[in-house]
Design a protein around this ligand. Sequence first.
Ligand SMILES: CC(C)(COP(=O)(O)OP(=O)(O)OC[C@H]1O[C@@H](n2cnc3c(N)ncnc32)[C@H](O)[C@@H]1OP(=O)(O)O)[C@@H](O)C(=O)NCCC(=O)NCCS
Length: 279
Amino acid sequence: MPRPTPTEITFREWTGSDIVGVAELFLVAPDDGTLYQFPEAKKHHQEMLSKFIRYLKSELFNRKTLTRIADLRTESGEKIVGFSQWHQRVKDPKGSDTYMPIEVFRPLSLQDLINWPLMALEATYKQLYSWLHQEANLGLQRNPKKSEAIRAGRNRSPQLEKSIPCFQLSGLAVHPDHQGFGIATKLVRWGMDQAKAKGVPVITGGEESGLKFYQNALGFKRIRESEYWIDPEGNNIDREEVEKGNDLWKKVNGGVSGSDAIWCPDGIEVDLKGLTPGS
Ligand SMILES: CC(C)(COP(=O)(O)OP(=O)(O)OC[C@H]1O[C@@H](n2cnc3c(N)ncnc32)[C@H](O)[C@@H]1OP(=O)(O)O)[C@@H](O)C(=O)NCCC(=O)NCCS
């Protein structure tokens, strides 16, 4: 059992003013895939931060994304210590699958509408600045071979979330100083409860460390057909080699591994389209 979540931690939906705090979290609690693709990420703090901020700004005004925040209340104010990001996939009235905003997904707040032109202006300014001043690029390099390997690994996956109505968990992080207090459990259980009420599964994808958490703490099952293992050079390792003991995919050896994972509410039958949920 994780230690009890301190009462100073509260949970809510995000607003525009949370963007920098969430981007900071991406940096201090990166997933294995980010570290694999950007080995120097921590050395290029500012550049990585700007990258995350640009991504989050686009998500804020996408009403099909919902971000939950864990806030720590201190004497000096509030600090964001965790977040989870959600999408919902539903059948639209014509019967085809699509991402849809749902009633638990908030409409834009007045504050967001006030912030929007300011943020758009700032983003445009930053873009212009980096075009005009190449030195604004501080040297953050994506390792192209490793990025391509991850992309290919994920694309080999059957992408179950694209074929069945579900809740999709697309991002999760908790500040290292506050891990082990059940914060991630609460952030994910929120979506599991929503999914249960709708009678649909929760689907997520991730790398080894996150997957262990989903499996051990929350009862998710890996989708066997979506698993991938990649060595430190970006080469794919197949299941047979892994079973024979090739462990170059392990994070300690510089590799990465991941898969999709699913959680089904009790009593809900889900057509997994022939896919095999593992342990
Ligand atoms: C994974 C992560 C979100 C967990 O956050 P957290 O708030 O510490 O999780 P909780 O306190 O709710 O943990 C609940 C249980 O899961 C366990 N757990 C947490 N992280 C784990 C991990 N990486 N591997 C195995 N078990 C883990 C905890 O030990 C605890 O177990 P216990 O009940 O036996 O004590 C956090 O470690 C993190 O931000 N990691 C970096 C980003 C990341 O990997 N995100 C997932 C992307 S796929």
